[in-house]
Design a protein around this ligand. Structure first.
Ligand SMILES: NC(=O)c1ccc[n+]([C@@H]2O[C@H](COP(=O)([O-])OP(=O)(O)OC[C@H]3O[C@@H](n4cnc5c(N)ncnc54)[C@H](OP(=O)(O)O)[C@@H]3O)[C@@H](O)[C@H]2O)c1
Length: 305
């Protein structure tokens, strides 16, 4: 298949592109951070007017996977209009353009659309209640995409892995601090379902092959706190877990409000896909194997100096 990945320099976009290129013809789009990646890549701002039609005409993909976003929660809080343009308006334009051209469109959304008050295990039927600009613009994006394109697939995700900057994911935050003998804290009262980013990408490709459409939770089955996740990273890499202090999110100085329970039910995904969702332990094992094989350094060699 010809796959167009929007946001190919991002944590999900880059890992997905590198994984998918062994079986598919991949073209990525980013704003210029990537240099000479091993797949075709175009430097384009997705905020340019009419970029969706022009990009689709030029690249002629079978599938488009939108991994581009303003994904930093506090940046969204400071730049709400830009967050809307990237997280809501841009995906809507691509969803519409793909519908007109009969191209399958996948849009990546977030577990953060929920406020956590229900106590987690949110299903696709639960009513979202976003509590910050990021979550509101992502929810509006989901809805706009599904309105514009009845065949679109929208995936609510949460993932970790190695990134271009080496600093994008929560696993890298713990790994970087621990390997530099720096102490840090981890929230004990924020729960989520951490998913290895390559598992997320492979699940998306399987869902496309199976022609699944509509809204899906696409996360791992295991729920844990951010603190516990840090401890798991420390144990896997044989680093000092005692450097991580348990802390409450209530005592943090983050700009935007956060949900305290982001765990999602994957019943719909596992039923409709008819496959076992990879476990947390296989994900963290693969994350570690990538490290041993020099994957983070290889990835960073694609970064503009
Ligand atoms: N990380 C997580 O755990 C997590 C959790 C829940 C949901 N998500 C969702 O998953 C998706 C991917 O997240 P991520 O963590 O991979 O994000 P990321 O690392 O921040 O990557 C975002 C991508 O979007 C691109 N982008 C931003 N503005 C652009 C523009 N104007 N034109 C072209 N490209 C632009 C970025 O390009 P530059 O490199 O040039 O900035 C980058 O390639 C997002 O929809 C996010 O909301 C992520």
């Amino acid at each position: 298949m010809k796959i167009l990945i929007l946001g190919s320099s991002g944590l999900l976009g880059l890992n997905l592109a590198l994984d998918a290129m062994s079986a598919h013809e991949v073209t990525g789009i980013d704003r210029g951070k990537l240099i000479k990646p091993p797949f075709a890549n175009l430097k384009i701002s997705l905020l340019d007017a009419d970029s969706a039609d022009q990009i689709l005409k030029k690249t002629k993909p079978d599938w488009v996977i939108n991994c581009a976003a303003m994904a930093d929660i506090d940046t969204c809080e400071d730049h709400p209009e830009l967050a809307k343009q990237l997280n809501t308006d841009m995906p809507e334009k691509f969803a519409l353009a793909c519908a007109e051209k009969n191209i399958r469109f996948v849009h990546i959304s977030t577990d953060a659309v929920f406020d956590g008050n229900k106590g987690g295990f949110y299903t696709e039927e639960d009513e979202p209640s976003p509590i910050n600009v990021y979550a509101r613009t992502k929810l509006d994006g989901e809805r706009a995409v599904l309105r514009a394109n009845k065949e679109a697939l929208v995936a609510r995700v949460n993932f970790y892995g190695w990134s271009l900057s080496g600093r994008r994911s929560l696993a890298e935050f713990f790994f970087n601090n621990l390997s530099n003998n720096k102490s840090m804290s981890g929230f004990t009262d924020v729960l989520f379902c951490p998913t290895f980013v390559n598992h997320t990408g492979r699940l998306l490709l399987k869902m496309l092959k199976k022609k699944l459409t509509g809204l899906y939770n696409v996360v791992g089955e295991q729920t844990m706190s951010k603190y516990q996740f840090g401890v798991e990273v420390a144990r896997k890499f044989n680093l000092k877990e005692s450097e991580i202090s348990p802390k409450s999110v209530l005592s943090s100085s983050l700009t935007a409000r956060r949900s305290n329970n982001l765990s999602l039910s994957i019943h719909k995904l596992s039923t409709d896909l008819g496959k076992v969702i990879p476990s947390f332990s296989t994900g963290i094992d693969e994350f570690y194997t990538q490290f041993q094989q020099g994957y983070p350094q290889k990835m960073r060699s694609y970064q503009q100096a």
